[in-house]
Design a protein around this ligand. Structure first.
Ligand SMILES: Cc1cc2nc3c(=O)[nH]c(=O)nc-3n(C[C@H](O)[C@H](O)[C@H](O)COP(=O)(O)OP(=O)(O)OC[C@H]3O[C@@H](n4cnc5c(N)ncnc54)[C@H](O)[C@@H]3O)c2cc1C
Length: 388
């Protein structure tokens, strides 16, 4: 038997973007049905590194990152938990003079966006961070950046949305969408059919399937950042750490475990599976030891990867569809969507409610890839995609 649901907005994808959208749309008084094929936050949003970092972001993304950082600071007030967000600061390390120049140039440009970065070099880096290795000759510090527990955030937004009356359906995949006059008819697993005025595509690495089904294919790839975590150690990594070149990143959680990432594992979009690769993990450990030698005796207790949608220009797709009125895309976050997630919901709510966002979105327009093609509105016709 078919269960029929009638709402203003159907959201496909219950990662941080979709859950935050459900919450903010409800706050704007719209009725919402959120469809997630697994559990909320079970893909990239729940398994990422946990970096809440503005430093180093593309300048097109910085206005969104700045706005999102403000929301991170208010999570407890908004959704009833801070999701272990800690403004530990983010220290980006220089291992050469060229790196230092790069950091200085970025700091000057970022100041225009209101992001304050503090350069630290020479004797100061040694005295303030004695646990950093000899290869580090300087750094820039984003004092207001930080880290949070990725396991908690999407479910917390989902719970808060539910408390405001959102209809949140886990283990409910969207199978096919058709357009019926001015409403979408979203056919889902388990015999559920959702009728909605707006359709929001927050399907993460799978977002390209939905865009293609609406006749606007995008060149999305997949990446699988390779992650490791150690046993709990006495606290000493006081900042979240990144490096110029991005080959390793490290943070220590309150319980003492050190989380580190570097390189890419294996992922298969069709199978919905990812896993770390041993040689990539070994290289990431070597890189981590270069910058934090005191980790040399730490025991790695777990490794993993996740499936992330990667656009060729490393910028997400955010905004209205070019082919289908009232379809809004927000996917392909290219490794940045955890920090951006809290504001993505606000932006989607603005687009639905007002037809425009307060944030500049031109750089994220799906039209930048140029491809539109006449395709049936059928998710069942999604082509298989290859990982990178
Ligand atoms: C290992 C790793 C480390 C990372 N580290 C960081 C970091 O430190 N900082 C940072 O800012 N970003 C980081 N990222 C990126 C960040 O995690 C993602 O950009 C972000 O989580 C994307 O959120 P999302 O909601 O768009 O996608 P997802 O979390 O992937 O959610 C999309 C959801 O859509 C669902 N879905 C897809 N198709 C359908 C369908 N047909 N029907 C129903 N549901 C569907 C999926 O099941 C999935 O749950 C990392 C990513 C990974 C994988």
């Amino acid at each position: 038997m078919t269960e029929r649901v009638r709402v203003d907005v159907a959201i496909v994808g219950g990662g941080i973007a979709g859950c935050s959208a459900a919450f903010h749309l409800r706050r704007n008084g719209l009725s919402v049905c959120l469809l997630e094929k697994g559990a909320l936050g079970s893909q990239a949003s729940g398994v990422n590194f946990g970096g809440v970092r503005q430093q180093g972001r593309h300048f097109a993304e910085l206005p969104l990152a700045r706005r999102s950082r403000e929301v991170w600071g208010r999570l407890a007030e908004l959704i009833g938990t801070d999701c272990e967000f800690v403004p530990s600061g983010h220290l980006k390390l220089a291992r050469s003079e060229a790196d230092l120049d790069e950091l200085e140039r970025y700091a000057d440009a970022a100041a225009e966006f209101g992001l304050a970065l503090q350069m630290i070099s020479g004797a100061r880096i040694r005295s303030e961070y004695p646990w950093l290795g000899e290869s580090v000759i300087g750094a820039s510090l984003a004092a207001e950046d930080g880290q949070a527990n990725p396991r908690l955030v999407a479910p917390a937004f989902g719970r808060a949305a539910r408390m405001l009356g959102a209809d949140v359906r886990e283990y409910t995949a969207m199978i096919e969408t058709t357009c019926d006059g001015d409403r979408f008819r979203v056919h889902c697993a388990r015999g559920i059919e959702v009728s909605a005025r707006f359709l929001v595509n927050t399907a993460g690495a799978w977002g390209g399937y939905i865009a293609a089904a609406f006749g606007e294919p995008v060149p999305i790839g997949t990446t699988a950042p390779n992650m490791l975590v150690t046993e709990p150690l006495p606290s000493f990594v006081t900042r979240s750490i990144g490096v110029c070149g991005g080959d390793v990143y490290v943070r220590q959680v309150a319980r003492g475990n050190v989380v580190l990432g570097g390189g890419h594992g294996w992922a298969d979009l069709g199978l919905e599976r990812s896993r770390p690769l041993t040689d990539v993990s070994t290289r990431a450990i070597d890189k981590a030891l270069e910058v934090i030698p005191a980790l040399k005796s730490a025991l790695v207790i777990r490794s993993w990867a996740g499936i992330e949608g990667q656009m060729p220009d490393h910028l997400p797709v955010i905004g209205f569809s070019r082919t289908a009125p009232n379809v809004i895309h927000a996917f392909g976050f290219s490794g940045h969507g955890f920090q951006l997630g809290p504001v993505i919901g606000i932006i989607i709510a603005e687009l639905v409610t007002n037809g425009a966002s307060l944030s500049p979105l031109a750089a994220f327009d799906i039209g930048r890839f140029g491809g539109t093609a006449a395709r049936p509105l059928a998710a069942a016709a999604y082509p298989a995609q290859e990982g990178e």
